[in-house]
Design a protein around this ligand. Structure first.
Ligand SMILES: [Zn+2]
Length: 412
């Protein structure tokens, strides 16, 4: 459909994400008539993001590239297996919207979750849309118009849209608080925001920024928007896209949060400085985890150190700061790491943190961890010690594994 989206259509819908001024588009160059900012149209996609990718974007883009073949083989336009698809359709369908209804999806990557919903004003805004359009030109044939932009600065006027929806993306955006504030801004007074997101998901991830937990719902979601209806379903299984078992505290269960919200007339509650520092913390955490995964430890520990120097904004940031400290010590100072562990285990009995600590010790136990050891006592033949540690297990078991390689003194 939007192969031929003409410039004047974009000009009539979009505004400058920075100043909300009027845009003009000439030869794929988008210019703001108010502040003079220049943007561009790339692969048919209006593009309001920088050409240089952040580590957070690199992490998500590399994941996409790794799965490109599989993505091509399956449905390009929507994923019927996603709970959201089944959840959101009864609320947003051809009976409830007209050709003129304005619908903005925030962060749906390259898909159209609502392929059966007809509207001339159905948009998806994602920070990698122009790159998806380059590798999957087919997405331009879907019944949705893709825009490359960030959810913290939506390129729409105040009170523009009837519907905003967000599927499995609020925990990925750089700043979920600014995102909720901007969604509230663009909603019409009678508009609705449909939210679907993992509840209590993993904080140790180079793509996920936020842990949407009870604290986040009370302190941010309910203060920024009016929550009309909400439910949380427990997650039944650990799928491929979900966090590994060892990364969730035992007392927290992974679930799905569904909410229908409407606009409030409240204004900002948080200072720009607070929000900027929070973005700094999450950006550095994304980078640290990204480089650690790539075994670029000098870079990783530079970013872990930065996280340690910042103060928490969300309650879950406290977990990021502690995690950064553990990883930083394990990379840079094994002796201090072991001292820290001895002290830590006296006052923190949470097996979640014990597993993180034991997993972190791989940074200075590389030689030992690549040994295969005999694990006949758990009914397996030869396995890599690092795999055992990543899987977690009862403390007596981990202790026995560590003593196998002469490191039993770490766990007393
Ligand atoms: Zn502008």
């Amino acid at each position: 459909m939007n192969d031929q989206t003409p410039p004047d259509f974009w000009e009539s819908c979009l505004v400058c994400p920075d100043c909300k001024g009027k845009l003009v588009i000439i030869n794929n160059v988008i210019t703001c008539t108010c502040c003079g900012s220049d943007f561009s149209v790339r692969n048919g996609v209006p593009c309001f993001v920088s050409e240089v990718m952040t580590d957070h974007q690199k992490s998500e883009f590399e994941y996409f590239q790794r799965h490109l073949t599989k993505i091509r083989e399956t449905s390009l336009f929507y994923n019927q297996n996603e709970n959201c698809y089944n959840w959101v359709l009864p609320w947003i369908n051809d009976r409830t919207v007209s050709d003129d209804s304005r619908i903005i999806c925030v962060g749906a990557s390259f898909v159209d979750d609502l392929p059966h919903v007809q509207s001339n004003y159905k948009f998806n805004i994602d920070h990698l849309s122009h790159r998806y359009a380059e590798l999957l030109p087919e997405i331009q044939k879907a019944n949705i118009r893709h825009i490359a932009g960030v959810s913290e600065k939506l390129p729409f006027k105040d009170n523009y849209t009837d519907i905003v929806y967000s599927r499995n993306s609020l925990d990925h955006v750089c700043n979920p608080v600014r995102t909720l504030l901007d969604i509230n801004r663009v909603l019409k007074p009678e508009g609705k925001f449909y939210l679907f997101v993992y509840h209590n998901s993993n904080f140790i991830d180079s793509g996920e920024t936020t842990v949407v937990n009870d604290d986040f719902v009370e302190q941010f979601l309910k203060r920024i928007l009016r929550v009309e209806w909400m439910k949380i379903d427990p997650s039944e299984s650990q799928g491929v896209t979900q966090p590994p078992v060892y990364s969730l505290p035992n007392h927290e269960r992974l679930g799905f949060l569904y909410a229908i919200c409407s606009k409030t007339l409240r204004t900002a509650y948080y200072s720009d400085e607070q929000l900027r520092r929070y973005e700094e913390l999450t950006a550095n955490f994304h980078s640290a985890v990204y480089y650690e995964r790539k075994s670029q430890l000098v870079n990783a520990s530079k970013h872990f150190a930065k996280v340690m120097s910042l103060s928490p904004f969300l309650k879950s940031d406290q977990m990021r700061i502690l995690y950064s400290k553990i990883r930083y010590l394990a990379i840079n100072d094994p002796r201090a790491f072991i001292d820290f562990f001895r002290e830590f285990k006296n006052h923190n009995r949470d097996p979640f943190w014990w597993r993180i600590i034991i997993d972190s010790s791989r940074h200075f136990m590389k030689r030992e961890l690549n040994k295969t050891i005999n694990l006949s006592f758990v009914g397996e033949e030869k396995v890599y010690l690092k795999d055992v540690l990543l899987r977690g297990g009862p403390r007596s078991w981990i202790k026995r594994v560590l003593s196998e390689v002469g490191l039993g003194s770490i766990v007393k």
